[in-house]
Ligand binder design. Structure first.
Ligand SMILES: Cc1cc2nc3c(=O)[nH]c(=O)nc-3n(C[C@H](O)[C@H](O)[C@H](O)COP(=O)(O)OP(=O)(O)OC[C@H]3O[C@@H](n4cnc5c(N)ncnc54)[C@H](O)[C@@H]3O)c2cc1C
Length: 234
């Protein structure tokens, strides 16, 4: 039986939650800290591998609700090269129903900008200002627009995949057959990443626990695991 520690996790749980099996599916840094705070799970090599997990550089996401449309030919998603810290601009009302409804009702637009792998020393204020300036540069019509509402998030919880650390990447199964891991930080035997890996590892984690109880799991389909040109020699 597992009980969750009282001093980790969001919302600071006050009561232990008794359960038969657990999938740890938080961010890589949260899983690392939960394992570190749970001294009675896993074995020493597994715990050491978990303790070595790191987040990569910070990222920022900013969304604007503007009082006017962006140019009609703006793409839904534009990847930006050479734009300082700005990596992408997405026009949500060109793709999402609720955003399109809001834009139609108000005559406005909903624009989201991303900055991935930012320099660690950049303050939230500077990141925000630099991203906004670049948006105005690439989509000048946004500069004149009034910002009706905006949100900004700066975070650092995406897993790092540093060279030479592949052997330390956590597997879905753990030394405890009633504890499994899931998330984009795990190693799985399928060519995948990000959301795809998070979802696939979730299925594998559930299957891993189900097999402990002799219950059939869900089949998981993959693209070919070996490249078509792998055997080709010039
Ligand atoms: C700006 C941005 C754009 C992206 N674009 C794409 C894209 O286009 N395509 C793509 O495939 N991927 C994209 N990704 C990556 C994708 O979002 C992640 O790979 C994916 O969400 C990972 O899923 P996950 O379940 O592993 O972790 P998360 O989605 O991060 O979920 C982890 C959960 O754990 C919770 N949590 C955190 N700490 C604790 C704790 N201590 N206790 C309990 N719960 C906790 C969090 O609240 C969260 O709900 C993007 C990421 C970012 C930041």
């Amino acid at each position: 039986m597992h009980t969750r520690p009282a001093d980790v996790g969001q919302g600071a749980p006050t009561e232990p939650l008794a359960c038969d099996a657990v999938v740890l599916a938080a961010t890589v840094t949260a899983v690392r800290d939960i394992v570190a705070a749970s001294g009675d799970i896993g074995d020493a090599p597994w715990r050491a591998a978990l303790a070595s997990q790191r987040a990569t550089s910070p990222f920022a996401v900013q969304r604007f609700w503007l009082d006017r449309p962006v140019r009609a030919d703006r793409p839904v998603f534009a990847a930006i090269a050479g734009g300082g810290i700005l990596d992408s601009i997405a026009v949500y009302n060109h793709v999402a129903d609720t955003s399109a409804q809001w834009a139609a009702a108000t005559g406005g637009s909903e624009v989201e900008i991303h900055a991935y792998a930012m320099p660690a020393h950049l303050t939230a204020q500077d990141a925000r200002a630099q991203m906004t300036e670049r948006l105005h540069h690439f989509y000048p019509e946004t500069k004149a627009a009034k910002v009706v509402h905006s949100t900004f998030a700066l975070s650092q919880d995406s897993p790092a995949f540093a060279a030479g650390t592949a052997h330390l990447r956590p597997r879905v199964h753990s030394p405890d057959p009633t504890l499994a891991l899931a998330g984009d930080y795990t190693w799985i035997p399928l060519p995948s990443g990000l959301m795809e890996r998070a979802v696939a590892s979730g299925f594998l984690a559930a299957n891993c626990l189900l097999s402990h109880y002799n219950v059939r799991g869900e089949p998981l389909w993959s693209v070919p695991r070996r490249g078509y040109l792998a055997d080709w020699t010039a």
